[in-house]
Design a protein around this ligand. Structure first.
Ligand code: GRG
Length: 290
């Protein structure tokens, strides 16, 4: 698949996810409008990874994984809303528009994040099929979106770092980003009833992809454009955050991103031709500009 077709693949899947998500926000309640305001406009990388994994693992009926993919996006969006709050990263701009607290006030922003987090768990249990798989999904999700995953990553991220420490940087990247990316691939495999060994291999390989994702995020923070990114660049240096370019320099960060991509692609290719799409996704993430 060349660059045009991977773009087509991403567009197609994003449209499927966008349509599915919209159906969960038909309520005219103000809270639902506030939640949907933030959910709307993301790249949908995590749900797309879940769907790609489901299909690569032989899953046929996309409707079995779609509610779970949407739930992942809701949890991801909650984390962005809370990350943007004045007490956290304090950012007024997200997904190409005013961030939630800027538009609706801090209290509504916090509550909309809380609402999205809880709403997601309802989606993980939607329908009376694959009940055991859904329990495994909920277990995996709760491990990654809690105090041993993104919440821990956020705690490390807001901590004052006195020195440029590669070990600490790796811990932050792993917890705030890589585990969630790997989780997205894992839940697709669980829902496709993949063998346990492959689910574990996919999770481990997903961690490389997740590290790559955060490296490119850090690099784009230095070289990216606000309009294209849909968020404020040049924030890491301004806020004294530990990020790949501050630890390794821009060239060093690019080199390490390339290494993570190579590792990820090697592992994905070992899984067989059904997983080719993951090598294409890896290249896309390595070269992304938004
Ligand atoms: C639990 C409050 C709380 C936060 C924890 C770590 C974290 C979650 C939030 C920090 C936000 C952040 C910088 C996370 C790193 C992951 C990342 C690169 C997010 C941006 O994801 P994209 O690029 O964004 O997929 P879109 O908007 O396209 O979905």
């Amino acid at each position: 698949m060349n660059r045009v077709t991977i773009t087509q693949y991403l567009t197609e899947k994003k449209n499927v996810v966008d349509r599915a998500i919209k159906k969960y926000f038909m309520s005219q309640e103000q809270l639902f409008n506030v939640m949907y305001y933030s959910v709307d406009g993301g790249k949908r990388i995590r749900p797309i990874l879940a769907i790609a994994s489901f299909e690569s693992n032989g899953g046929k009926n996309i409707n079995e994984v779609l509610p779970i993919a949407c739930g992942l996006e809701m949890i991801h969006t909650y984390s962005l809303i809370h990350d943007d709050l004045p007490s956290m990263d304090n950012d007024d701009f997200r997904r190409g528009k005013a961030s939630s607290h800027k538009k609706f006030g801090e209290a509504m922003a916090i509550l909309s994040g809380d609402g999205l987090f809880a709403y997601a768990f309802g989606l993980f249990t939607e329908g009376n099929y694959l009940v055991n798989e859904k329990i495994a999904v909920i277990r995996a999700v709760s491990e990654v979106v809690g105090p041993r995953g993104i919440v821990y990553g956020q705690v490390l991220d807001i901590t004052d770092h006195k020195e440029m420490n590669p070990k600490e940087l790796r811990k932050i990247h792993l917890n705030k980003t890589a585990k969630f990316i790997a989780l997205s691939i894992k839940v697709g495999a669980i829902m496709a009833r993949a063998p346990q060994k492959r689910i574990e291999r996919l999770y481990k390989t997903g961690l490389y992809l997740g590290m790559l994702f955060q490296y490119t995020d850090d690099i784009l923070d230095v070289i990216g454009e606000k309009e294209k990114l849909g968020k404020t660049p040049q924030k890491d240096k301004a806020s004294g955050k530990l990020a790949a370019p501050s630890v390794y320099g821009l060239a060093g960060a690019r080199f390490r991103a390339q290494q993570y991509a190579t590792l990820a692609k090697k592992r994905f290719s070992e899984l067989g031709a059904e997983f080719n799409i993951f090598s294409q996704l890896t290249d896309f993430i390595l070269h992304r500009t938004f």
